[in-house]
Design a protein around this ligand. Sequence first.
Ligand code: BGC
Length: 760
Amino acid sequence: MSNRQSIYEIKDLSLNNEDLILNETVFHNANGYIGVRSNFEEGYPEGFDSIRGSYINGFYDIAQMKQAEKLYGFVEEKQTMLNVVDSQSIYLFLDDEPFNMFEGTVMESSRWLNMSEGYTARRVVWRSPKGKEVEIIIKRMTSFYQLSLFTIEYSVKALNFEGNITFKSNHIGEVMNYCNPEDPRVAGESFRHLFPHSAKIIEDASFIVTHTSKSGLAVCTGVKNCLSKTGVMDVCIEEHKAICTIESNIVCNETITLTKYTVFSDSIREQDCEQKAMEEMDCALSLSLEEHYKKQREYLTDYWNQTSLEIEGDDELSLAVRYNLYQLIQSVGKDEHSNIAAKGLSGEGYEGHFFWDTEMYIQPFFTLTNPKIAKNLIEYRYSILEEARENARIMGHKKGALYPWRTINGKECSGYFPAGTAQYHINGDIAYSIVQYYLATKDMDFIAGKAGEIIFETARLWIDVGNYVNDEFHINGVTGPDEYTCMVNNNYYTNSSAKNHLNWAAKFYHLLDEFNLLKPVADKIDLSQSEIEEFKMAAEKMFLPYDEKLKINPQDDSFLQKKMWDIKNTPKEKFPLLLNYHPLHLYRYQVCKQADTVLAHFIFEDDEKIETIRNSFLYYEKVTTHDSSLSTCIYSIVASKLGMEEKAYDYFGDSAKLDLFNTHHNTKDGIHTANMGGNYMAVVYGFAGLRLKESGLFLSPSLPKKWSGYQFKVTFEQSQIKIEVTEDMCIVTLVSGDEKVIHVYGREYHLKDTISIERI
Ligand code: BGC
């Protein structure tokens, strides 16, 4: 990978509040277990808005969810991801002058993210009010090798003076979450979630344990500061805050470095999280920082090698795509206690909740490049299957399981059920992701165990929720992906998804039977052949709305009867509509927040004729605002399928740049992980036309006009395959593993080493 594709840099840092708070997200460090926002170590002036946070994937407290009316089954409590510690604070003093970019003179400054080495850095050349000049370089890393570890390497070079240098490095356990009462997408109330339990110092390292207010969880963080030169160190504890002061002297042209190690441990994963933090600290200190950096580099070399997505001809977009893929590996949970939150570990938007974003937008990337991680994500769903069963009972279903719309620990956290719990398609989405995983890996043992249990239990729900009308299976009173149209009958996406789900449940049943693997799972959940017949019948008779006049699939039974929203004449400042119009008002219009039927046309493309897909695409394009970040990537994929090259590229660009260019104006609250995964899909499923089907792996590559080529690798049935697309050719290489049969532009090829096919 070239440097131009692996470093994202900003020079001459703006000290404007809006830019700073945005860059806290853009330059955050995370590794799937922990995430630390990129706050200035020295803090900001009074009155500055900053979200100072460090998070653990899946670690939460319970907060009240106030409901004005106490109706049956309404959610009254939610989980919220916690800011667990502030170990970022480091104050530097040159004699008696504190370093601070808002005073004195900033002579040079820059900030960068190195995506092949896995760190972020800030460099400042600064003159103090009294004229002392220093070069400061601060490098931060969350280790992929030791997931509990966050490091800050803080180097100071004296450029024109000699004197005293003091670091004051804090470790604060009593921290709060950010709150913004104005925005429903961020927690609206300020509440104390963490309470100090103990704080101690062992060999100059501080260990602070805090307990959550209601979830009964504990977290321990350990901090140790090391100076590159002999100095006088004092570590003390004041009211559950550990303060480490180190003093030394510095001469002109000398560089002194403070290395600060923070380790995290929590009671979800460990019985004794304090003991574990101490072990993790020992482990962190057993390697030099250089060795930690080396391991980080090695991890990322493997990661990029497995993905290998490179684009030639458009540097800006190529960097944006690279950035998006980097964020996916930073955000994805690496164990069954966690998943991938809508904002990853970069901020508090959506409170660290896991949505369908995982299965439909992010998991496809891991399924194709790192099936082990994809499997983990499914394991997480299995770990909350019992809660999904309970959720189904709450919602009045006698059998089956209904996954919550948003959650951390498996319990529903959606306060507004019409745009939350009613999105029953989440069951079909989880099933779809399992089928894709199966098609990519043929991991039958997994289907015979956890994955099968999920598929069957969630399939049962469709039978309970739907009913026959004139010999057609209808699903009423649900919400599709588009959150500007709620509580409808026969949402096309939901019905297609349920049909696919029920068909696959039946297929897996027969496959397991054939392989003699059926009994354990069937016995466990009391699944019978007659239930499978019900599944097949409902799938066959599933009603999929079609409008003869427009020759499109209506989004639901009533969508086409509504007034049209005048998107063109809606003032810019009124978007996103959800922040400016009452939901009920929006529901009475034909206006979509995001891809809904168009998404179904992508994932279930064989269900409809290409003309219907084209007509639908053109119709929905006019009524979609793309107020959700999950939308333009899907429009790009379907535009590619329909041969609308320019549109595909424009939609792709919108999606690729979303966070780096803050186009939705809310990146300060966190990155948009679903959009990032969707952006990958726009290249691989969109431009390259990749599909995983029962009949194998399909490709149909096109090349956007601006590009001179692109390439990527996928793992298909344990073989690694590289696809290179140039102006005239599509070259497919078997990198490792067994020979495979693949399909390119509809023709079958036997892939033994390399095949070169002329591009159509
Ligand atoms: C979208 C949902 C999505 C959620 C979290 C909402 O704005 O409408 O589809 O799951 O954000 O990303």
